[in-house]
Design a protein around this ligand. Sequence first.
Ligand code: FMN
Length: 289
Amino acid sequence: MFFLTPVLVAVVCILIVWIFKNGDGSSKRRKGEPRARAEVRPWVDEDLKDNTDLHQGEEGANDRQESEEDVEHIPFSHTRYPEKEMVKRSQEFYALLSKRRSVRFISSEQVPMEVIDNVIKTAGTAPSGAHTEPWTFVVVKDPDVKHKIREIIEEEEEINYLKRMGRQWVTDLKKLRTNWVKEYLDTAPVLILIFKQVHGVAASGKRKVHYYNEISVSIACGILLAALQNVGLVTVTTTPLNCGPRLRVLLGRPTNEKLLMLLPVGYASKEATVPNLTRKPVDQIRVIV
Ligand SMILES: Cc1cc2nc3c(=O)[nH]c(=O)nc-3n(C[C@H](O)[C@H](O)[C@H](O)COP(=O)(O)O)c2cc1C
């Protein structure tokens, strides 16, 4: 009876250790297993992969970059408005932009190219990290190229909806009635593909660091959306998941450029509809400290 006690204690100890080691096994990732669903962020991880990248060495990754060290500083010129005028202008600008909607039904009517140039020039006024201006706006008008873009996007989007996005994401999109069929890629007279340059290339061929390139290009895209709204054209912000590398190759863009956004641009088609969405009131999005 007494000699059984140490055996019993040993068995209990082993059991306790085993329970502690395996108790949280469900939350731990075992070797070779895919990441937990909550950790998977396909819109970030997948899209930034670009198998068409050159190896760093081929692009002179170790070269010291060239810098423009001296720029003349000049007096700043701008317009200051009386307060009443400021309030009026802020209200008018808000009224204009509050009517902006993502429109997925775009007519094939041609748009003036001068206007497209002007809205792109406007986007190019955006601030950028160390004034690197890390953006390229590719304007596609050619119907054959637009159709090839549509084929690539629809092929990838079908897989996105069925496999990559997951049930929650697809459910969240239901209210927008979107799917992988993107007719607007053929009908819109102009597609603007906005590429972020993850680094620049100096005249000498050396690599130039593009600080905060994604934030800079995103700001430029925001300004572009506002400029399009200002001229009465419509678009829908699209970020075609997993299509970046193929579209970059199709458009003959260099490897330092990654697709950030695709905007089909044109006039709204007569039968266009939009989801009846509301926007958060200012007291839900602004905090005063
Ligand atoms: C970063 C980003 C990515 C988006 N991607 C898509 C997209 O791939 N396809 C699409 O139809 N809409 C896309 N949208 C549009 C949103 O669905 C739309 O902005 C949202 O439903 C609000 O509607 P509104 O733009 O009419 O205010 C995207 C918007 C943003 C800001």
